[in-house]
Design a protein around this ligand. Structure first.
Ligand code: PLP
Length: 434
């Protein structure tokens, strides 16, 4: 399979190049030239298949031409070492819990898949040179990437994070790992971390010294595997006899997760329509209303992993539907919620159903509560375990959310990080000497 750029001015790329480069030369996002439909028998039998086997079928359609069958199966099975259940919340609303991975983030799947795919390509090439992954994080991405790449030989990861701006739980998830993971604590804000990473990629001397790559969320190997979740959700709903008029609702920030769901739809996944649930960052919602895409600076909300003012994957969605506002708005609905509404939803859902929503999932749940039509059944993604946002959830619901053992284990490790100024000369000097 070859990949083209959404900006249309970069050369067609192989999967390997798309994964190693992340972004095309013209700053566009890579798109597969073809999206294969899965056969009818697959959908006929999907309710009897396991998550891992469903995912392997989906992965083969995307990556089967470029990755050896056994290797791909190994990558998929290794990535999906956990389950991804759906649960009934009300008669017509179900939750798809995407937080059962190693760091309790849905980003775990893309991060691990990308790590293993990169390792596969490095081995294919047979070079001994170490590949260095740079990633800037304000929380979740760093922990998912660090854990996804942990112990993958031939690759070293540098996680840059803003000092004092990451929650203690999240910080533990990437500073206590050791091995091939180095955490770099930058005296600055998230934008400074991102600027350091960008400068590093553009510095010729540094790139001659070491092989650098990014594990940014726009990478095809990080966003496409998220399609696995939606096929699995469909299968579990079909097994319950609830899949006929399915609406999938995805709490969205950079729109990578919903974009993967839409790729699934293009492959034949029988979902009737989608809803992108937003917090107060309502750029996509406004686009649906007006047909105009007008990015603006993000505002801080309770659901901070969705605080995005210019969602990168909009370019992919726009391209997927031939830039047609009509096609996009007839398949995808929108919703936007203020922090007050998020709090109210969390309280209402908890008192009426006993289900504990985190602030991100709350946007998804409410969008279904507001938008489902008669006869439709909705599934919303619960994108974060409530314990990840424990202080907020405890305060809003007046409860004491239990911290899962897996999260506790991270908190017991010893924090190790390298202190760094936000001055690129210092960062470069550090990398030149490691
Ligand atoms: C990353 C993230 C999102 C947003 O996902 P996108 O793919 O960027 O739209 C939503 N919720 C949580 C908890 C996240 O970590």
């Amino acid at each position: 399979m070859k990949y083209y750029s959404t900006n249309g001015k970069a050369p067609i790329a192989t999967l390997e190049k798309a994964v190693v480069k992340g972004l095309a030369e013209d700053r566009g996002l890579y798109m597969p030239q073809e999206i294969k439909k899965l056969p009818k028998v697959f959908f006929d039998n999907i309710q009897d298949m396991k998550f891992q086997d469903i995912a392997y079928n989906v992965a083969s359609a995307f990556f089967g031409e470029d990755v050896d069958q056994d290797a791909l199966q190994d990558i998929v099975f290794d990535t999906l070492s956990f389950d991804c259940p759906v649960q009934k919340v009300t008669d017509s609303i179900y939750t798809l819990e995407l937080f059962h991975g190693p760091t309790l983030a849905f980003k775990d799947v893309g991060a691990r898949f990308m790590a293993r795919l990169l390792q596969y390509f490095i081995r294919q090439e047979g070079t001994q040179e170490q590949v260095n992954v740079l990633v800037a994080t304000s929380g979740d991405t760093g922990s998912a990437v660090a854990n996804g790449f942990l112990g993958v030989d031939g690759i070293h990861v540098y996680v840059l994070y803003p000092k004092g701006k990451v929650s203690p739980i999240q910080e533990c998830q990437f500073t206590t790992l050791g091995k091939n993971i180095t955490a770099i604590e930058v005296d600055g804000v998230f934008d400074d971390c991102q600027a350091l990473v960008k400068s590093a990629f553009m510095d010729d001397e540094l790139n001659r010294h070491m092989k650098l790559t990014s594990a940014n969320s726009i990478n095809v190997a990080r966003f496409l595997p998220q399609a696995f979740y939606y096929f699995n959700a469909y299968a579990r709903m079909k097994a319950l006899g609830k899949a006929d008029n399915l609406v999938m609702c995805v709490p969205s920030g950079n729109f990578g997760n919903i974009c993967a769901a839409l790729f699934g739809h293009e492959m034949g996944l029988p979902v009737k329509r989608f809803i992108a649930a937003n917090n107060a960052n309502d750029i996509f919602y406004k686009y649906l209303q007006t047909g105009k895409y007008e990015p603006k600076p993000s505002v801080q909300t309770l659901a901070n992993a969705m605080d995005v003012g210019d969602p990168s994957n909009f370019a992919r969605i726009y391209d997927l539907y031939g830039k047609s506002h009509e096609r996009i708005s007839s398949l995808i609905g929108g919703a936007t919620y203020t922090d007050d509404e998020i709090r109210q939803t969390m309280r209402q859902c908890y008192s009426q159903t006993g289900y504990i929503l985190d602030p991100h999932g709350a946007c998804g749940y409410q969008a279904l509560a507001d938008g489902l039509q008669t006869g439709e059944v909705g599934v919303f993604c619960e994108t974060a375990h409530p314990a990840k946002f424990k202080e907020k959830v405890d305060e809003i619901l007046g409860i004491d959310v239990e911290i899962p053992a897996r999260l506790k284990a991270f908190m017991e490790g010893e924090k190790q990080s390298v202190s760094m100024t936000k001055d690129f000369a210092d960062f470069k000097n550090y990398l030149m000497r490691v």
